[in-house]
Design a protein around this ligand. Sequence first.
Ligand code: NAP
Ligand code: MG
Length: 450
Amino acid sequence: MTTLINPTTGAALREVPSASLDDTDTAIERAQEAFVSWRALAPGERARLLRSFAAIVDAHNEELARLEVENSGHTIGNARWEAGNVRDCLNYYSAAPERLFGRQIPVAGGVDVTFREPLGVVGIIVPWNFPMPIAGWGFAPALAAGNTVVLKPAEITPLTAMRIAELAIEAGIPQGVFTVLPGQGSVVGQRFVSHPLVRKVCFTGSTEVGKQIMAGCADQVKRVTLELGGKSANVVFADADIAKAAATAPYAVFDNAGQDCCARSRILVERSAYDEFVGRLETAVQQMKVVDPSLDESEMGPMVSARQRDAVQGYIDGATIAFQGTSPGGDGFWLPPTVVESKATDEPVWREEVFGPVVAVMAFDDEEQAVALANDTEYGLSGSIYTRDLGRALRVSRAIESGNLSVNSHSSVRYWTPFGGFKQSGLGRELGPDAPNAFTEEKNVFFSDD
Ligand code: NAP
Ligand code: MG
């Protein structure tokens, strides 16, 4: 049993049973049985079931959102978007079953065609920071491509995934096609890695555990997708709209209380605009509404757990704070949005993924130095570039080693564009038009005309 805690109040929320090794093996075997008929379903029928699943998730948007506020401390506005994102992923990939095209390749003496064959059982391991979207990014394209799915939510935030699994059954998705197994990473997640019937593991979480998953998957040459940490840069040039850059910067890092692998947790500002930017940033940070996440006006809620709060507090204690926003008192796991002016690139707040509401700001002198600083990290997930100079926007967006960049915006992840990391931020891509292919093997067959 796991006791879930409401992060806003620190009070116990409810008990959830943890799946054992035997439960996990049984679920994987059932998923393998269900695979036989799920892959054989007519493409249009699989598509129709995924659209029903999307519709029922949509009809329960408010319930799912409220559940996420209670379990994870997400703001209600974000949580409604997150439940909507699951619906959108299901709708988008519901168009994939009839479009899993192979190719016909010219050959002499016959016909050569390729097929996109589903893999079998796919294991998805989800972290606590975005329980709904990260689950959907895995299961929607995996199911669309004809696979069955076993999914492990983070131990501390399982409620929305468990509810979505019930909704799948209501929508007519056959038993065993999509199973949610709340439990421990070292038990359930590890079994996805070691069980030979699980043909692919999609992992999102820390770089440390991601490396172990990849090493474990090597033993069976198991397919693996990794979405890991980030230390993304928000690069602001002096020619940019500084007022807009400063007004938007807090949301690019403090959204979800900074518990976001895409958080722009390093801000690089060209020296001639530095003082103006930091002055405006202070005003914007102090205006952020860090209040009860169940209120519509809330812009930032608490940390997900006491453990995460304490880990982030350690970074705050070790840094020289420039200024902070506000946060409520009480027994919840609250921290105020915090800004640090970094002087050296070896400071922990500058180098490490803090995963909380802490941002480090540093000045740079020219474009070359800005790119060098942005790339001076083992991570490469996201980032933003603010400039009015089109040539510079092109040069810098090509030079930064990162999977997802936005120019003059901090656009969040879109389900219809690819998402993933360079360097130690990950391996493979999720979302976008090609995601179903990542859940297939390409098979080539030659038919002789003899
Ligand atoms: P984590 O340990 O990497 O957990 C992510 C998921 O992996 C959870 O479902 C976890 O289960 C599971 N897991 C843990 N150990 C496993 C193992 N040996 N085999 C298979 N699955 C395993 O992350 P965390 O401990 O929650 O957070 C630690 C730090 O990771 C954070 O402070 C943050 O810096 C980073 N993080 C990054 C992301 C991201 O999106 N990039 C997301 C979350 C955390 P349990 O819940 O049972 O542990
Ligand atoms: Mg962990």
